[in-house]
Design a protein around this ligand. Structure first.
Ligand code: HEC
Ligand code: HEC
Length: 233
């Protein structure tokens, strides 16, 4: 808790950087080609945004991510903290959807609601495409017996209780199917357990499909499938 509190403080202290960036952001026009030459170019990041269907600006995404989000989600979005999801290599559309829904209060989380509230639509797109561009670190299953039970559920579902195979939507290797079905492979088991439990209890209420699936899973099945997913690659 103390660690979280100090991370939170550190992150909040960094928030003024948002305003400075946001102002620079609105100030100038930017060539649409800017997204292509982002290679670690911190300078360009303070400059304006492209007009409406804008290309994502990865340099701006990186800058904002590194100013605030990195404290909890790790370098490049490879969180090392089991409660904080890995974001690297996730589909950008999924990241953007979650940020919009945190901001709107449709997905409820007191920490993320505050951070998402600071982000404009452009910020969300830039950050989404930035984290998507990073390679996810692989994870590991911790309990062989549990993971093999999880594998059965993931690949085949539980037919006699009409539980659909996770692989059907999240793909056999957990890479997901852009843009609708998120990547799961390598995700921290603690985070996955928390999400499935939140879907089941109606705390996370932003996906009817997942609410219906999680409603049928018991605690052990949730732990099993989460442990399998952590080692999936
Ligand atoms: C103080 C720690 C903290 C900070 C700082 C933080 N996050 Fe989060 N983030 C979390 C936690 C915890 C969750 C899981 C929330 C839940 O359980 O629903 C989360 C969830 C998310 C998710 C959902 C991921 C998924 O797989 O569904 C996204 C996207 C996200 N954060 C992006 C960001 C961005 C972008 C920033 C910076 C603007 C940021 N976060 C800053 C802690 C943090
Ligand atoms: C019918 C399609 C479908 C099936 C089958 C399915 N899912 Fe999902 N799942 C989704 C969708 C869509 C989302 C994205 C929800 C959103 O947009 O917030 C999702 C999201 C998730 C998330 C949240 C990811 C994150 O980063 O927060 C987890 C965890 C998850 N699913 C696990 C599972 C598991 C485990 C199974 C099998 C027991 C499963 N899903 C089966 C469609 C499906």
């Amino acid at each position: 808790m103390k660690l979280l509190a100090s991370l939170l403080t550190a992150a909040l202290l960094a928030v003024p950087a948002f305003d400075a960036l946001a102002q620079g952001h609105a100030a100038a026009e930017k060539p649409a080609a800017a997204a292509e030459n982002h290679a670690g170019d911190g300078k360009a990041a303070g400059e304006g945004k492209a007009a409406q269907p804008a290309k994502p600006d990865l340099a701006q995404g990186e800058q904002k991510f590194t100013a605030v989000c990195v404290a909890c989600h790790g370098a490049g979005g490879n969180s090392g903290v089991p409660a904080n999801p890995k974001l690297a290599q996730q589909h950008p559309e999924y990241i953007i959807k979650q940020l919009q829904e945190f901001k709107a209060g449709k997905r409820k989380n007191p920490i993320m609601q505050g951070f998402a509230a600071q982000l404009s639509d452009d910020d969300m797109r830039n950050i989404g495409y930035y984290v998507a561009s990073n390679k996810a670190k692989e994870g590991f299953a911790k309990d062989k017996a549990l993971a093999s039970m999880g594998e059965k559920i993931y690949r085949g579902g539980i037919a006699d209780r009409q539980i659909a195979a996770c692989a059907g939507c999240h793909s056999p290797n957990g890479a997901g199917i852009p843009a609708q079905y998120p990547r799961l492979s390598g995700q921290h088991a603690d985070y996955t357990v928390a999400q499935l439990t939140q879907f089941r209890e109606g705390v996370r209420n932003n996906s009817l499909q997942m609410t219906q699936i999680a409603a049928k899973l018991n605690d052990r099945e949730i732990r099993a499938v989460a442990d399998y997913i952590a080692g999936l690659r």
